[in-house]
Design a protein around this ligand. Structure first.
Ligand SMILES: Nc1ncnc2c1ncn2[C@@H]1O[C@H](COP(=O)(O)OP(=O)(O)OP(=O)(O)O)[C@@H](O)[C@H]1O
Ligand SMILES: [Mg+2]
Length: 342
């Protein structure tokens, strides 16, 4: 019978005085080992079952929302911007991913809405001049408009073509600004000088309406502003053009500038009808025209202030409006001061 033996020497006073031997039959050890192997086997099986269950649960928890998201992404791509995914419970990566996905879908939906509105607005703005031009030309061609009136109607049609090209130019300007295609050439600009130039350019329009257009000489010198001279002039002309168009006869438009900490504030103030408080935030939107019935006859397209704001912000400045119905409106353009940096 096979045995396992273990021997241990015994020592006393540094001398080997004997030894102990232990003998155990091998089958006893095998029996104990067998029990250990069985235990390990059962534990491994249990662990494998548990791991399998856990990974199934995890993969289902992960893959279901991911699957739903890829479905939703496909629908978004097909233009269904109202599609959302149901956010899984908890605050793990998957839940955060689902929340971001929904946020993205909402933003895309919003962009799509803006795009549709934009196209509707552009089409509307194109349609009205085209319709009236067609009417005038048809009247001339088929003789409904008497020969004596023809020139007047041709002139009206010509004005409409001017309106159309202005609209298209404004749209191109805005698109270029938004695409970042507009280069700014910064220089130190004397605000008083810029205001005088704008006043000279707009004077004919103002006096034709019986308006006074004056530049307040800034008492303490404001010093220069840092801006693109042409773009700054474009902004100021937009503002003065509005002031002149909306202010009734006998009113006044005043331009001024003053130093404010590290910036210069340029003001265009009129004694016009003012803007109701509920409209004051909306005037910066493209195509926004306060009272449509009133402004339609004034020929605007509602892009002037959207362009002005974009231009000012791209030059590192801010633009805002203050208004009181019945008393007038003031637009403030604030730009960084120029000159050598202190
Ligand atoms: N000085 C002002 N006084 C009263 N209302 C104003 C004044 N400036 C702007 N608004 C209002 O804000 C709206 C938007 O102005 P904006 O310059 O963007 O468009 P617009 O002048 O109508 O058209 P555009 O400038 O494209 O020719 C105007 O239609 C008008 O209702
Ligand atoms: Mg305008």
């Amino acid at each position: 019978m096979p045995v396992i033996s273990v021997g241990l020497p015994l020592r006393s006073d540094g001398q080997r005085s004997g030894a102990v031997f232990l003998h155990a039959p091998v089958f006893g050890v095998r029996f104990a080992l067998g029990q250990i192997y069985r235990l390990i086997g059962v534990a491994a099986l249990a662990a494998a079952v548990l791991a399998l269950g856990l990974s199934l649960w995890l993969s289902r928890r992960l893959s279901r929302p991911l699957h739903e998201m890829s479905e939703a992404a496909r629908e978004l791509a097909r233009g269904r911007f109202d599609r959302r995914v149901s956010p899984p419970a908890g605050d793990d990566e998957i839940a955060r991913l689902a929340a971001s996905f929904n946020h993205m879908a909402a933003r895309l939906g919003n962009l799509e809405r803006l795009r549709r509105e934009f196209i509707a607005n552009v089409s509307h703005e194109l349609r009205s001049p085209l319709t009236s031009m067609r009417g005038f030309l048809q009247g001339i061609l088929d003789g409904t408009i008497p020969a004596g009136d023809r020139e007047r109607y041709l002139r009206l049609a010509f004005d409409e073509t001017r309106r159309l090209s202005r609209l298209v130019n404004d749209l191109l300007d805005l698109a270029a600004l938004e695409a970042g295609d507009v280069r700014f050439t910064f220089a130190d600009v004397d605000p008083a000088e810029a205001l005088r130039r704008v006043a000279t350019k707009m004077e004919p329009q103002a006096s034709a309406k019986g308006l006074s257009l004056t530049v307040d000489p800034p008492p303490p010198a404001t010093g220069p502003v840092r801006a693109d001279p042409d773009r700054l002039e474009q902004v100021l002309i937009n503002l003065v053009d509005n002031a002149v168009r909306f202010t009734p006869e006998g009113g006044a438009v005043t331009l001024s500038a003053r130093r404010q900490d590290g910036a210069v504030e340029i003001t265009v103030r009129d004694t016009g009808p003012g803007i109701p408080p509920e409209d004051l935030d909306r005037i910066w939107e493209r195509f926004y025209k306060g009272d449509r019935a009133r402004t339609r006859s004034k020929g605007g397209t509602g892009l002037g202030l959207a362009i002005a704001r974009e231009l000012v912000e791209r030059q590192g400045g801010t633009i805002r409006a203050e208004s009181q119905v019945g008393a007038g409106t003031a637009f403030f353009v604030t730009l960084p001061a120029g000159g050598a940096p202190a």
